[in-house]
Ligand binder design. Sequence first.
Ligand SMILES: Nc1nc2c(ncn2[C@@H]2O[C@H](COP(=O)(O)OP(=O)(O)OP(=O)(O)O)[C@@H](O)[C@H]2O)c(=O)[nH]1
Length: 301
Amino acid sequence: MEVTDQRPQRPTQGRRRLSSTDRSRGAKPRLLLMGLRRSGKSSISNVVFHKMPPSETLFLESTTRIQKDFIHSFMDFQVWDFPGQLEYLETPTIDLETIFGRHGALVWVIDAQDDYLDSVARLNRTILTVQQYYPNINIEVFIHKVDGLSEEYRHDTFQDIVQRITDELNDAGYENAPVYYYLTSIYDYSVFEAFSKVIQKLIPELSTLENLITILTNNCGFEKTYLFDVLSKIYIASDTRPVDMPCYEMCSDYIDVIVDISELYSWDHPDRKPKGEQLREAESHVVLHDQTMIHLMEMNK
Ligand SMILES: Nc1nc2c(ncn2[C@@H]2O[C@H](COP(=O)(O)OP(=O)(O)OP(=O)(O)O)[C@@H](O)[C@H]2O)c(=O)[nH]1
């Protein structure tokens, strides 16, 4: 099969696994945003990590060099946004070890509103290289810009892309490839939900966090509990009940409200009365019209 012939030369440093020393040194996981030009990589990065309103992404310039973002949060990690026109597998000056030689995830963005065959072919070449030399990289595919598609067309596009990738990888001898797919758009919460799933896989303590949250949920009679990163509104963990999107969206909006109110009242003003005793961690709740209560509790690190 042609795909195998197109593999680049084996990287000089050879196959690399994440050693226990890497983990103990606390090497920061890396999220690599790749895909064709205009597929939406920079938009995703800006909306999720820099609170850019989705409509402003219309004015983003094309990325010409790798943009590296260092995110300091519940877990420090890096986001690398690649220029779409860069054929990094075919460019001899690019050292693949520098890109993939770190624990992390490759997030491949496919524009579902455009012709995606070229993108799928490039993704397959990339997967074949990455799985061979850098098995510590999770492969995550964002079938993106689905806001413009009808429900039925969305479903068909999803099936078609998954089928093409699976078939080509099978033909190349890579069966049951651990590739994960998400339907995403920056115009709703789907991209936050997808990033949550991608990042959760990189958190070594995930199962402990999930167990603790499930105990809390059961003991307190909560319907659903999420542990959010306030800045990005990615959820780091939740209890084991299925994710309920409307509930996730409400919690996410509530965080925005609380952050805005906190900012309003955090300014020092000469006429303002001195503050009384303050709680160290924020805590707040609201009762909605249907009597549902959202309760927010800030956790320290
Ligand atoms: N409808 C829709 N448009 C989107 C979405 N995400 C991004 N876009 C638009 O897609 C266009 C390209 O987005 P970019 O983020 O610049 O794409 P890129 O992949 O970073 O492009 P390069 O830097 O050239 O590689 C912009 O006009 C965005 O507004 C989405 O979810 N839905």
